[in-house]
Each structure stands twice: as structure tokens, then as C-alpha cells.
Write a protein that binds this ligand. Sequence first.
Ligand code: NAD
Ligand code: ZN
Length: 372
Amino acid sequence: MRAAVLYAPVPAGTSYTTARPLVIEELDRPKPRAGELGVEITYSSLCHSDLSVVDGSRVRPLPMALGHEAVGRVAAVGPGVMDVSVGDHVVLVFVPSCGKCRACRAGRPALCHRAAEVNGTGDLLHGEALLRSRTGERINHHLGVSAFADYAVVARESAVVIDDDVPDTTAAMFGCAVLTGMGTVLNTAALTPGQSVAVFGLGAVGLSAVMAAAIGGAAAVIAVDPNEAKHQLARDCGATAVGTPDDAPRLIADLTGDGVDIAVEAVGSAGVIASCLDFLTRGGAVVSVGLPNPSAELTVPALQFAGAGKRLLGSYMGDAVPERDLPLYLGWWREGRLPVELLHTDTRPLAEINEGLDALAAGHVVRRLFRA
Ligand code: NAD
Ligand code: ZN
């Protein structure tokens, strides 16, 4: 099998096309163990969270085979897996929930304790890392998926079976961007019709939040990004107003009077989280979904929480229940109400993954897909 492996982080600002931090390697193809699946990946897509591992702002054990947003077909089924068959069409998700920990028992599988542990060490839910280089060196798995590859062994719990006819170039983006971005609005903030929503950061995560706000009946959907190339796309996803961060105070005042009910931070900047709090109406909520650098700290006026009922909510994987939410979102997509295709900028061979890092960092692409 082939997989894109990161041996050492390369700081942001470097040309990844030149430095080539991701090395496409031939690895021995592992067999699925009990509770696991072997999946032939058809398409993977590049998310900002991959870029954050490459540039070292999200620290992971290396070497690691990167990638966590993908679709494929089941090619092998490990012992004990009774509900998935060879040939099944699967979207991969980046939290393989154990079903038994406190979070899973409370109905919050996105916060699974066991998944957080194994994702942190680069192992799989049902056992140690399986990937080995041709020289025998252990290669860690990325979030239980390691999708920049033509094959992956994953826990059964990392896969959601979907209908055969969903095009792979659309399905790939459901695993992270759509599940996460839509969940911020529908699960974490629990939008009710008629509320107003502002989304900061119009990558695939933010644009998915825009789509969720529109489908959930928001009265105003204000989409903000300094990159004006993203503005028309946000309108096409359902935004009722778009602008740069400089435009945001005026847009929010014009459309809502005193502030929005929900502000989604899909950038990963402590400064943007703080300004989102300023844009809330009384009782409003900021959803922090972007992943700031671990060293970033947040200092905000403390009175606004008790004094104005404002809330600051964290959202990992959109507080999703993948087996519940993916069929729901795919149903909306099938009805033509969820234009997920708009997130797909272009497709390249896996060999061009390093060029993809530059394109995402520069804001030239929303989701670039890679053909395995
Ligand atoms: P992306 O790079 O495609 O998009 C980020 C966007 O933010 C860009 O369009 C950029 O122009 C914009 N931006 C930069 N500064 C801004 C500002 N001051 N105000 C408004 N917009 C600004 O990223 P993505 O793949 O959509 O991911 C977004 C964030 O979500 C990243 O931090 C990523 O790591 C994180 N993420 C979190 C989860 C989770 O489960 N919490 C899952 C996936 C991704
Ligand atoms: Zn992601």
C-alpha cells in the first residue's frame, strides 16, 4: 500500500512544494484484526487540521501517516465484525467511539475518552499501530484513519456505511468538514428557526456551518472571511450577508441590531473567539470549533457570561453522533438542500499532496481531493 508519511514538522511559511514534508511510501499492507476493517480508499481530502500537524502547531507522535477525511470501499473484514461486508461504501470518521466510556454512555461519542487516548498515541481503537515502514519502523495512525493512502486498516467504529450511489468526490468531505461544521450549529449551538448566525472563517468547516444555519431556518446568516474569493461561495451555501472582518461590526448591527444568537469561530484564532463574544446578543453563544495553537490564550471581559448570559461552547467533531447525523445530512444532500459539492475545489493525484498543503495555506482551495 502507499501512504503519505510525516517524519518531522516543517514550520508554516515554508514552501511545502519545495520542502516536501509528506513522503509517499510503500508500506506492507496490514490485515484487519478483530473489530477492524481494511478499506480501499478512493478519495481523501485535505483539512486545515492536517496542515496544523505538518506545521507542528498540532503536536502528534511522528512518524505518522496523515489524513483523516476520506471515503472508500471495504476490502477486508476482521474477525467479529458482523454488520459490515466486503464492498460496502464507507465514509471514515476521526473519532472511533468505544461506546462504553462516560462520554459515549452520555450520548456524546465525539468526546469518547478511549478514542481521544488512542488518537493521541497514534494507535487504533482495537490495538497498537499496525503500519510499519519497509525498514520495520512503527508509523503512527492519524486519528484512526490515515487517509492519504490507497488503503487503511481502521476500527469498525471509524466507518459509517453509506448508500452506494453517493459520488465519492462528495462523500469524502462528509467525514470531517460536513459532520463538524454542520454539527457546530445544529448540535452544539442547537439552532432554533429564526435565530441569527455569524460564521467566521469560510473554509470547508465554516461553509458547512453556513449550510447548517440556512437549512436550520436561521433568519440571518452572516459569513465573514478576509479572503474575498470565499464570499460568493458563502452566498451559494446560504449566507444572507458576506464580508471581511472589517465589515463584520456593520453587517451584524444592520442585520440584527444588537448582535447574533450564534457566532461560529472556524478559524482557530483566540483573537477571533474574543471578537465573536463581542458580536453576541444577550444570551447568545460562541461556538469554538477552529483549533488554536496550544500556546494561545484567551483574555475576555468576565462579566459578560453571568451579566449578559453569554456562553462559550467548545465543539469537537460538531458534537456529532456519526451514525445518526451522516444519514440525516446525506438525506438533505439527496433532496438538493445541502450543496456539499461547492466545497470541492479540485482533485489531484495523491503524489501532489505537498502542493495541496501550499494551496490550502494560501487559501486557494476549500477542499482539494486526492485520488488514491
Ligand atoms: P481553512 O484553512 O480551509 O479555512 C480557514 C478560513 O479562515 C480561511 O478561509 C481563512 O481565510 C479564514 N480566516 C483567517 N483569518 C480570519 C479572520 N480573522 N476572520 C475570519 N476568517 C479568517 O480551514 P478548515 O479546514 O475549514 O478548518 C477550520 C478550522 O477548524 C481549523 O482550525 C481546523 O483545524 C479546525 N477543525 C476543527 C475540528 C473540530 O473537530 N473541532 C474539525 C476539523 C477542523
Ligand atoms: Zn478535519
